[in-house]
Every structure is written in structure tokens, then in C-alpha cells.
Design a protein around this ligand. Structure first.
Ligand code: KG4
Ligand code: ZN
Length: 358
């Protein structure tokens, strides 16, 4: 079947055509109109500007998605749209557009949770799909959440951040380091340079890094965002605030800030906390594999530490290719397919919601 999917929950307007055949998915087109250049001027996403930009782009990118796929609306079997969570005005643009299009062309409609969409990204370029039950970590600008996925649509939240998301914290701390928004990818490279300087290695930085932390980073002490004990929760606001205070301390003393070493120290705390909680989650479940997704899943250090966790538990790790980690509509088509499979259709009364659903 051919699915036309829409994503407009934050600062990317995306439309995609995906061919689904059983559990196999093939991207026919995946058009993404990014607004980051506009929001960069403000250091973050401005919701009203995002809604306007979605409104301006959505019709054009829909026709571009159909043209690129070489199909017309009459070939489409299902319309899927992100309905939650996200910026409400931004979500409403996609939801209303998808509803109108489905209704006017008599095509079935399904509503998709953005988080399930992120997990769906790994189904798009894997040779095999992740077999449930599995553990999934979704790390993005708005989420740091661990799920126990019992089947392709049944997600149980087993761990989450109690305040800031990992991506949001990377963006805010990165801003102070002078990295343009969104800071994740620049932070990743800056940390790599820091790890290289501190370890003298060009890869495999993390084993034995605790020792290096003690000897070379005593001035750059940072708290772990992992909640202590058996909880699978995180708190990134403490790490973020400690990082900002540290930067201010150097500023007040008029000393140059060791940006690269700091980026490595910060990344190590953020990423090793996530890997540690995943290790704990896997110990407590019968997971057959591990799935890592969301914008922050593009982080090279996170990918490599999480791979070590999967290897330790002798299970496969599924991670989307970096180009499918960020927001895109093809991943929404996958989650839409599973909503369709269980008959969870939406109708013209569908509304968007800013809050988490799952
Ligand atoms: O999933 P996503 O595209 O949008 C949301 O649903 O939030 O995630 C965007 C987030 C941003 O915070 C961005 O800085 C972060 O993903 N990000 C990264 C990397 N690439 C993107 N964070 C760390 N390392 C990266 N390489
Ligand atoms: Zn996202």
C-alpha cells in the first residue's frame, strides 16, 4: 500500500510517500522543508513563526512528495499525520491539511504519535525490522524517554526525563559555547576534538574515561543526569545549570574557557547516563533488541556507547541512518501503517494535542 504522511510538530515541514508491504517499507519520497535557518536568528524555535512557515510550505512539499514518488493522489491508500506531541499551532497545520486532503479524496486517515514515528525511522533502512519485545530510547529536542515496546504499536514508558530533554540541554549549553542552533551536531564535533585532546586517541574514547575525568577534568566537574538507584529516569536541568555556572565562573575570573575539553566532559556525563539507564532497562526486560532514535540519536558518542550496551547484552542495536534521525514524514508513515493495521482510523473530528500520548 502507498502511504502519504505528514510531519509538522516542530520546525520541519515534511511530506513523504512510503510503500508498505507487510513489515517492509520503501521510501518513495521524503521531502523536508527545514526552518532552522529562520529560527537560528532567535537561538531556538519561535512557535508562531513555525506555524506560519508550515502553512506556507505544506501544499508545495506535498506536491513535491507526490511528484518525486511519481504518483498522484488517486494512488494513495492511506494518509498519516503527526497529531501529538509538539507545538500546537505547528501540529494543527499538518492535521488540518491531512484531514482535508483525506476527506476530499476519500482516503482513510490515521493519527500518529511523533515518538512512535521516531522509532519507526529504524524500520525504513534496516534489512530486518526490530522484533518486539524490545527496548527503545527516543532522544530528541523534546524527549528523553525509554519504552518497553511489547508489539509494533504498544509502548510502555519505563523511564523519562523529569525536566529538560537531552537535546534541549545540548542546544542551551551549546548556545553559550557559541555553537549555532540547533547545537547538537556542532557539540558532537567539538566533543570529539576534546576527547582526542584528553585521551590522545582518535576513537574508543570512553573506556577508562572516568580516570581521565579525575586527573585532567577536576576543574570541569559536572553532575550526572541519571537519577540514582533503580529508577530509569533522568534530570538534565541540573547538568545544564552546572554547565552554565561553570562557564560563568571562568568568565568572572577572566580566564579562557576550555571549550573542547568541556564539550567532551559534558557529552560524557550526558551520554554515559543514558547508556547506563539503558543497561538497567535491558536487565529488567526480556528485550530481543534495542532501538535508538530521535534527533540526538545522530550523536556519534551516544551511538557508540549504546552499541557497547547492546553488545554486552548480546542483542542487536537498531539505529536510523543519521539523515532519518531528525524529524521527517517517512518515519510517520511507518507508525501510521501500524495504526492502520490495528484499525485505529481517525476521522474529520481529529484534533492535535501538544501533550504526550503514546
Ligand atoms: O528529533 P528532532 O529532530 O526534533 C524533535 O523532535 O525535537 O531532534 C532535534 C534535536 C536538537 O536538540 C538537536 O540539537 C539534536 O536533536 N541533535 C543532536 C545531534 N544532531 C541533532 N544532539 C546531539 N548530537 C548530535 N549529533
Ligand atoms: Zn522529533
Amino acid at each position: 500500500m502507498l502511504i502519504l504522511a505528514f510531519e509538522s510538530s516542530c520546525d520541519e515541514t515534511s511530506a513523504a510517500v512510503v510503500f508498505a508491504n507487510g513489515n517492509r517499507f520503501e521510501i518513495k519520497s521524503n521531502i523536508i522543508a527545514s526552518q532552522v535557518d529562520t529560527h537560528r536568528l532567535y537561538g531556538g524555535v519561535v512557535p508562531e513563526i513555525a506555524s506560519r512557515a508550515h502553512t506556507e510550505a505544506i501544499s508545495r512539499i506535498t506536491y513535491e512528495a507526490l511528484d518525486t514518488a511519481g504518483v498522484s493522489l488517486s494512488d494513495i491508500d492511506l494518509v498519516a499525520v503527526t497529531a501529538n506531541p509538539g507545538l500546537i499551532g505547528a501540529l494543527l497545520v499538518g492535521v488540518n491539511f491531512a484531514k482535508s486532503l483525506a476527506y476530499a479524496n476519500n482516503i482513510p486517515l490515521v493519527a500518529v504519535d511523533h515518538i512512535k514515528g521516531h522509532v519507526g525511522a529504524v524500520y525504513l533502512d534496516a534489512q530486518t525490522i526490530p522484533e518486539p519485545p524490545f527496548v527503545s530510547l527516543v532522544v530528541s529536542g523534546g524527549h528523553t524517554a525509554i519504552y518497553h515496546v511489547k508489539n509494533h504499536y504498544d509502548y510502555e514508558l519505563i523511564g523519562t526525563t523529569r525536566d529538560d530533554a537531552a537535546g534541549e540541554a545540548f542546544d542551551k549549553v551549546g548556545r553559550i559555547l557559541g555553537i549555532p542552533y540547533p547545537a547538537g551536531s556542532g557539540f558532537d564535533s567539538m566533543a570529539r576534538r576534546g576527547f582526542e585532546k584528553l585521551t590522545g586517541k582518535t576513537e574508543d574514547f570512553y573506556k577508562g574515561f572516568d580516570k581521565i575525568k579525575k586527573s585532567k577534568l577536576s576543574e570541569l566537574k559536572l553532575p550526572s543526569p541519571a537519577i540514582a538507584g533503580d529508577s530509569l529516569d533522568f534530570s538534565f536541568s541540573g547538568l545544564k545549570t552546572a554547565a552554565i555556572n561553570l562557564l560563568h565562573k571562568y568568565e568572572q575570573r577572566g580566564e579562557p574557557f576550555p571549550n573542547e575539553e568541556f564539550a567532551a566532559a559534558y557529552t560524557y556525563e550526558a551520554v554515559s547516563a543514558i547508556a547506563g539507564k539503558l543497561d538497567l532497562a535491558l536487565a529488567g526486560t526480556e528485550a530481543k533488541c534495542l532501538v535508538l532514535s530521535g534527533g540526538v540519536a545522530a550523536n556519534s558518542h551516544l551511538r557508540s556507547m549504546v552499541k557497547d550496551v547492546a553488545d554486552k547484552h548480546k542483542i542487536d542495536l537498531f539505529v536510523p541512518s543519521p539523515s532519518l534521525c531528525g524529524d521527517n514524514a517517512a518515519m510517520i508513515a511507518v507508525a501510521g501503517y501500524y495504526a492502520y493495521e490495528r484499525g485505529a482510523f481517525a476521522d474529520i473530528s481529529l484534533n492535535a494535542s501538544a501533550s504526550d500520548g503514546i
